[in-house]
Design a protein around this ligand. Sequence first.
Ligand code: KIV
Length: 304
Amino acid sequence: MERKTGHRAPGAGVRKPKHSQSEAAAEVVTAPELRAAKGTRRLVMVTAVDEPSARLADQAGVDIVLVGDSLAMAALGRPDTLSVTLDEMIHHTRAAAAGARRALLAADMPFGSYQASVAEAVRNACRLVALGGARAVKLEGPRAEETAAIVAAGVPVIGHLGLTPQSVHRLGGYRVQGRDTEAAFRLVEQARSLERAGAFLLVLEAIPAPLAAAVTRSVGIPTIGIGAGPSCDGQVLVFADLLGLSDTPAPRFVRRYGDLGRVIRDALAAFAGDVRAGRYPAPEETYPTPPGLASALEKRMEGE
Ligand code: KIV
């Protein structure tokens, strides 16, 4: 008879309560619901790169799980976001989709996937939805035409203005944007045009707090800040930054809510120490020996 090893896939055997279709639908955060939330409550967005990070964010009750192209630095060991491909985004989005059961799962359109033509932008947004399981996509920059076309294809769009890391070379580095009056006014106009194009949320990255407040007042869609001060309708942080998993100095706006890097390192060092000292595995971590097996083995070994 085959012996059960007790080894199982994470979460296997945990049965979710059965819901009727309408109950299940009511639990899922939707793009129209988030758009309508402006002025009623602050929205919470967190990035995720795989099933565990998306599941934990979802269980913590965040509104939006974003598979950001920052996965390049957070999970792939790359220096910037520019080399992330659409296939890599789809791969990670699909993994995160398995964890984000209630929160709205959004995916970044990576560099090069929407710049060449509007038709390509629509095609690639649809791939993130169809193959990755994203329920919205995010595009960097004042891309009103692409936004309108993707929305017309049935995919909710999140805009992203201010510091747009995919344009790092044009911007001359990761600098705070909208610092002079002209640039600030331009950004307000770009925000309005993204709203007119049908974006349902707007991420504002690394801009002065009064400009973020002005944009937030100027548009009817919620703004989500990252390094944009307290007046936005919501905030987003990168999972690895928030939890102390990043290896690089954190930007000014990051607040660390955990030191998981240290927790994980300490746990792994304790495991290594136990293995090397013969403390792991203990008898209770070892399968019981069938009667007679140990002595039969010993006899056989003696005879050899
Ligand atoms: O990729 C990312 O992490 C982002 C941030 C603005 C959240 O786009």
